[in-house]
Design a protein around this ligand. Sequence first.
Ligand code: 5CA
Length: 440
Amino acid sequence: MRLSRYFMPILKENPKEAEIVSHRLMLRAGMIRQQSQGIYSWLPLGKRVLDKVNAIIRDEQNRAGAIELSMPTLQSAELWQESGRYDAYGKEMLRIKDRQDRPMLYGPTNEEMVTDIFRSSVKSYKDLPLNLYHIQLKFRDEIRPRFGTMRSREFMMKDAYSFDLTREGAEHSYNKMFAAYLRTFDRLGLRAIPMRADTGPIGGNLSHEFIILADTGESEVFCHKDFVGFDVPDDRTDFDSVEGLKSIFDKWTSLYAATSEMHDEAAFNAVPEGERLSARGIEVGHIFYFGTKYSEAMGAKVQGPDGKEHFVHMGSYGIGPTRLVPAIIEASHDDNGIIWPASVAPFDIVVINMKAGDQACDDTCELIYAALTKAGKDVLYDDTDDRAGTKFATADLIGVPVQIIAGPRAVANGEVEVKDRKTGARETMTIEAAINRFVA
Ligand code: 5CA
């Protein structure tokens, strides 16, 4: 991508409305724009990061055996009247009428709709277990939308829904998502700690929130320090192994960890003082087991091996991609801007032409840009005629992991500089060496 032809509206000034660093940096880097309160456009740079986050989420959902579909944002009120949540959900639900005066709503979550899909076609235990997910916009008319896309009214959610014949089966499905979440957040460069959580309007009695520790987090959390160093399940994890997944779940729930709603002061005080961690956190994921709550209300049953009908046991599993992007920034930035983990960076490399219009600089940059693009890298080429200082500031602000800098003096020697955004380390090397480093 040539910056001269891209759309990346950088802000020079710090936006006044932004209270936390991620919101400030997302606005300054031209990643998002607020359209009305708590409703955002994702501009091209932000969209690239969001897509990469979603690709990792999708990859890990698929690995754990979940199957992707796509359900609509607008739902009929009828389904929610069946479950009893139409009245219970309150003012957070955006209610709409269509031209025939039929009550509709903008989905805040999809338990009802997915249960409807399930009951219309699954009739036998032989089709279980089943886990269906989508990545879709949701709307919740939050009283206090704030911090940009961290707590917005329209937001994206990956929501998965599992169906099992028995409680034991449902626990295995829960553990699959539990392990998939540990892997997902790890690949996003985050340390997420599962904590016992309240179930709120979703219901049920088994639930974990996945929390990123950050000073700007909205939740107050309490946990054992050792979680920070725990190993995450690797890519050899067998998601079909009931015992294997149970042992991952047991290990990650063996020490104290709870959000403020579930906090037990006495149990926490039993943890040796030096091992206690009391901090603020950002909830990036939330998983629930709620048994037959929706299947009973909506008549979702299958024939079991005993020939009898059984209401299915269900769970639901949410991740907030549009919250994860600012959460990653909260965890990884410095005074100059964002520092993206390579896995979600909008571009892998930025090539900075310090003197656009200078034949040797132009030729060198074109050569590098073409070679790296051909090798499958996402490359941003700063070919604008801005001052070098402005270009460096922009590259640091948008947080691309590697900068290749071509200035007239180095280029005259057949060299460029390679800068690591995270460490700030700079290395001068030949043009060929710079290309080879990333083409390997
Ligand atoms: N049906 C269940 C799980 S599929 C559910 O709705 N869970 S939830 O309410 O906990 O939301 C799941 C995830 O969505 C949260 O962990 C959070 O990451 C994200 N999320 C929830 N509300 C917002 C919001 N207002 N803005 C941004 N992300 C949000």
